[in-house]
Design a binder for this molecule. Sequence first.
Ligand SMILES: Nc1ncnc2c1ncn2[C@@H]1O[C@H](COP(=O)(O)OP(=O)(O)O)[C@@H](O)[C@H]1O
Ligand SMILES: O=C(O)C1=C[C@@H](OP(=O)(O)O)[C@@H](O)[C@H](O)C1
Length: 178
Amino acid sequence: MNDFLKGTNLYLIGMMGAGKTTVGQRLAAELDYRFFDTDAVIEQVTGLPIRELFAQLGEAEFRKLESQVLAELSPYMRLTIATGGGIILKRENWSHLRHGIVVWLDVPVEHLQVRLQADDTRPLLQGTDLTVKLQTLLEERQALYAQADVRICYQAEETLEQLTMRTIEEIKQALKAV
Ligand SMILES: Nc1ncnc2c1ncn2[C@@H]1O[C@H](COP(=O)(O)OP(=O)(O)O)[C@@H](O)[C@H]1O
Ligand SMILES: O=C(O)C1=C[C@@H](OP(=O)(O)O)[C@@H](O)[C@H](O)C1
């Protein structure tokens, strides 16, 4: 089922709420890969929820930890890694991402907004006007997300199972095209 990958790591990128964790877990199970979520690793290492970490140490410190976690995970093989939405911001992170297959889960802001409106775990989205915050972040980041090897565009009424299988198929096609 996963021979076509030859053990290459998969990195899921995209906006907060795009489904990197949700889809990443399913992909890992389907491909018999191990799954990691960089935010979850940071929380384990520091003993702090991401929201607390931002409040106590600030975003710059969080970004350093995020880069460290990515650097620690990347030498291993057969991993599916759900990254934090801002991982694409640092050039040094791309040197790790580029060793694997980078998959962008591209979900329109209107759907992200619905998924995240009752969520208080993402510090960059706290306060008023979630839609404007998401739109602004997406505008800043879109060109970086677009550097992915594979882009999976949102499709309405698709089950998680269908989305997972479509993602695997798109990765296969991308590898054939190399
Ligand atoms: N394909 C999907 N369809 C509907 N809801 C989804 C889908 N993927 C994720 N979600 C929901 O959106 C929220 C954010 O998903 P999550 O996987 O944590 O995103 P990310 O890791 O990209 O921030 C969760 O409540 C999750 O259940
Ligand atoms: O987009 C971002 O800058 C962030 C995304 C979050 O991860 P998810 O994309 O998994 O929500 C988390 O790393 C932090 O709150 C910052």
